[in-house]
Design a protein around this ligand. Structure first.
Ligand code: RFL
Ligand code: PHB
Length: 389
């Protein structure tokens, strides 16, 4: 098989890149290890920045997002049982939209099907070769048979555990990492959200987040220890722990119900540099991870894809390699700002098991400053709604 761009991974990064390249007349093949249903079953991001939305529109997959997404002009921060509002619209002129990653993935899969370009699910033993040459190759197995794809470029959109980054020799890559000493236990339920806006809760028992997917579907998170397992959290235990962390008004509005999904995600900050190795390019979680506190992971995947797509169009249309040469530096400049913001939000809101009395006092002073200074609130708002692509 021969194509222009071989894309490894059919998560949001791979599918969006495939769609944008298709719209620009650039042939591409997507390889995915899992089935489409498995990819759709993962419950992840919920907050979409305007830049991501604009890119989805460019890819002609934004229609349902505009219809069904919930525009949020602000967010709530609860400290010591009192809620404060950060007004994104007033502070930045922008907002964010609540629309699940699952729905974006579904929209992208539908669009992909209509293009009739090749997508191979359940591709096993994927391996990438010869990316330092003019003729890279991707090998894989499907239904026990071995296949090869020859291409001009490989896009590694295969997430944190993917094969592309791991194929690079260790001396060619630098990794930066911070692992946090806690996780998030998430629960999805068909119950109305406790608030029209998300509530980020600072609490002595641990951080908590009230989020949503729609006006009838809620998503809640509890900070938990890494030693815990989701099975140790029957729904009743989850709801009663959440109640202990909610303010009075939220408790009054809380509607509980059976969970549709419950899982624990560890929190990590990670960046691999550079994001380009000859004709192999990394994008999205394959190159970097942020803790979910800043709601940035999916949005960063979208901004990487934007730069990579533009660079590939420049290459094929203008025969210029300058976009490709700049890709890594351009993407990383934005990545590190989102890493900083996500790290900062995580430090601001969580209980750290090894924190000193001094650390806790400084955290409270930082919260007090944030909630009483317009400049500090504007800095949060500007980052939350998304820095320009
Ligand atoms: P994905 O989604 O991990 O997709 C990678 C795909 O590659 C496949 N793959 C392979 N395919 C072929 N061969 C191999 N060897 C392969 N190895 C892996 C995988 O099966 C998969 O389908 O990465 P991508 O596309 O870069 O997208 C990144 C986002 O998924 C991620 O950053 C976000 O979900 C992060 N995130 C959030 N981001 C936001 O912008 N806003 C949020 O509100 C938000 N909330 C979250 C989040 C992530 C969370 N978890 C569980 C980590 C909340 C949570 C709880
Ligand atoms: C979510 O709805 O899953 C969500 C929202 C905001 C975050 C993280 C996760 O910061």
């Amino acid at each position: 098989m021969r194509t222009q761009v071989a894309i490894v991974g059919a998560g949001p990064a791979g599918l969006l890149l495939g769609q944008l390249l298709h719209k620009s007349g650039i042939d591409n093949v997507i390889l995915e290890r899992q089935t489409a249903d498995y990819v759709l079953g993962r419950i992840r991001a919920g907050i979409i920045e305007q830049g991501t939305m604009a890119l989805l529109d460019t890819a002609c997959v934004g229609a349902r997002l505009h219809q069904e997404g919930l525009a949020h002009d602000g967010t709530q921060i609860c400290v010591g049982g009192t809620r404060h509002r950060i007004d994104f619209r007033a502070l930045t002129g922008k907002n964010v939209v609540v629309y699940g990653q699952t729905e974006i993935t579904r929209d992208l899969m539908d669009a992909r099907r209509a293009t009739q370009r090749t997508t191979i699910y359940e591709a096993t033993d994927v391996s990438v070769h010869d990316w330092s040459s003019e003729r890279p190759c991707v090998r894989f197995r499907q239904h026990g048979k071995e296949h090869e794809i020859f291409c001009d470029f490989v896009a590694g959109c295969d997430g944190y555990h993917g094969v592309c980054r791991q194929s690079v020799p260790p001396e060619a890559i630098r990794e930066f990492e911070r692992v946090y000493p806690f996780g998030w236990l998430g629960l999805l339920s068909d119950t109305p959200p406790v608030s029209e806006e998300l509530i980020y809760i600072h609490h002595a028992r641990g951080f908590s987040l009230c989020s949503m997917r729609s006006t009838t579907r809620s998503r809640y998170y509890l900070q938990c220890s890494l030693a815990e397992h989701a099975e140790e959290w029957p729904d009743a235990r989850f709801w009663s722990e959440l109640r202990l962390r909610l303010d009075v008004a939220a408790n009054d509005r809380l509607v509980t119900g059976p969970s549709l999904e419950k899982s624990i995600a560890p929190l990590r900050s990670f960046v691999a540099e550079p994001m380009r190795f000859g004709r192999l390019f990394l994008a999205g979680d394959a190159a970097h991870i942020v803790p979910p506190t800043g709601a940035k992971g999916l949005n960063l995947a979208a901004s990487d894809v934007n730069y990579l797509w533009l660079a590939l169009v420049e290459y094929y249309q203008d025969k210029s390699v300058s976009g490709l040469d700049d890709y890594s530096a351009r993407a990383l400049a934005r990545v590190w700002k989102a890493e900083r913001f996500s790290w900062w939000m995580t430090n601001l809101l969580h209980v750290f098991p090894d924190s000193s009395g001094f650390d806790r006092k400084v955290q409270l002073a930082e919260l007090d400053y944030l909630l009483n200074s317009q400049a500090a609130a504007a800095a949060l708002a500007e980052n939350y709604v998304g820095l320009p692509f």
